[in-house]
Design a protein around this ligand. Structure first.
Ligand code: T3D
Length: 265
């Protein structure tokens, strides 16, 4: 049948598309495996300088496929379903894989992002959403808590009160509102969505990749550091970046008033 994940390279940009549109690209174990391989392949491909994660059809991702093996709740009297198995096998590695990608990752949220689908988007570096898209912390509606980093990401992105409001109520948050409260980077009119995503992806692909990825890593690390330890980490990483060819290229281009041609990855 159709591949569960599509992968296409346009110049330095790798577009990875979740492809179960009939179920709003909700995660089956098979789609998880396909996505992990696609991300792995993009990470290993030296030509790839930016990854875009998006969904086929009218949705981005509706989270866990609630009918798939390992997720369906057991009927009363039978051994309960252990959801931590799916998390350990698929969701936790996926969140960590996204945060460890050697290139910037854009979530291009083309339509509804619900449950783990919303939080997987938030694990990416920049989230751009079409105006018609919504973000839904759907978990509590079915008796679960936000996973895939939700309890960590939400308060950091929007503060405790808004995080709790979103997570406890599970209401639809329109993309424009998501941008307004700082949950996502940009909400874009539907008609301009792909143009804007491609402009942003090409921009990031042309930038010094090491500087971008190190910036993400330093910000993630800062969550567990004192201010002075963070300053020390910045100094260490700056020393490393200062030895790289892209620094020479960036400064030379600035001095010569020409466009830089970055090449490190
Ligand atoms: O370890 C673990 O596994 C636990 C991890 C949990 C992580 C989670 O993600 S929990 C949250 C799971 N997701 C949800 O609860 C969201 C369920 N979906 C919805 O609430 C709605 O579909 C949406 C609000 C996202 C969109 O609504 P709407 O009206 O635009 O579309 P729809 O008609 O509900 O859905 C279209 C089709 O997709 C429909 O199938 P049909 O009737 O056309 O054959 C629907 O059943 C299917 N679908 C949507 N989401 C899921 C799904 N099928 C299976 N699982 C889904 N999550």
């Amino acid at each position: 049948g159709e591949p569960l994940v599509l992968q296409e390279r346009r110049g330095g940009v790798c577009i990875i598309t979740l492809n179960r549109p009939q179920a709003l690209n909700s995660f089956t174990q098979a789609m998880h495996r396909a996505l992990a391989s696609a991300l792995q392949a993009a990470a290993a491909d030296a030509e790839v300088r930016c990854v875009v994660l998006t969904g086929a059809g009218r949705g981005f991702c509706a989270g866990q496929d609630l009918a798939d093996e390992g997720a369906a709740p057991a009927p009363a009297g039978q051994a309960p379903t252990d959801l931590s198995v799916l998390i350990a096998r698929h969701y936790k590695p996926l969140c960590e894989q996204l945060r460890a990608m050697p290139v910037p990752v854009i979530a291009a949220v083309n339509g509804v992002a619900a449950g783990a689908g919303a939080n997987i988007a938030l694990c990416c570096d920049l989230v751009v959403a079409a105006e018609s898209a919504n973000f839904i912390q759907a978990f509590t509606k079915i008796g679960l808590l936000p996973d895939s980093g939700g309890t960590w990401l939400l308060p950091r992105l929007v503060g405790r009160q808004r995080a709790l409001g979103l997570a406890l109520l599970g209401d639809k948050l329109p993309a424009a509102e998501a941008e307004r409260i700082g949950l996502i980077w940009r909400c874009v009119p539907d008609s301009a969505f792909w143009t804007e995503v491609e402009i942003l992806a090409n921009r990031l692909a042309a930038m010094p990749t090491q500087a971008l990825v190190t910036t993400r890593r330093a910000m993630d690390a800062a969550d567990n550091l004192e201010f002075s330890a963070s300053l020390a980490l910045e100094a260490r990483e700056q020393k490393r970046l200062g030895c790289a060819h892209d620094y020479l290229e960036g400064v030379s281009a600035f001095m010569a008033k020409r466009a830089p041609a970055f090449s490190d990855r």
